[in-house]
Design a protein around this ligand. Sequence first.
Ligand code: ZN
Length: 133
Amino acid sequence: MKPTHIEHLGIAVKSLEESIPYYENLLGTKCYNIEEVKDQHVKTAFFLIGETKIELLESTDPEGPIGKFLEKKGEGIHHIAFAVDNATDALAEAGAQGLLLIDKVSRKGAEGMNIGFLHPKSTHGVLIEVCSK
Ligand code: ZN
């Protein structure tokens, strides 16, 4: 899939209200965007470090993906997102290599990016997202 860089790291948090000031202080930079992604049942908050972002994810529904993750594992790193030229092509390529996919084609994620996920069962336990503009 030839990623150009790590687009962002997704971190599941219980509360954006509590974690945003913590990360602003830790990183020395302000959160520049807060956005709800309704179909994923999350509210996201973004910080920029170089060309890589930190994406904080707060659940808006205990039955959603982040709600379930927090219930099972607690707060922590949820996924790594690689920037690729075309997310749908990258998913097709990974599928052709026999990797399990959560998304066969890309969909709209936060910040208007085209995103899709590979299944952690075939990526050594890491949830991997691909995203393109
Ligand atoms: Zn993400």
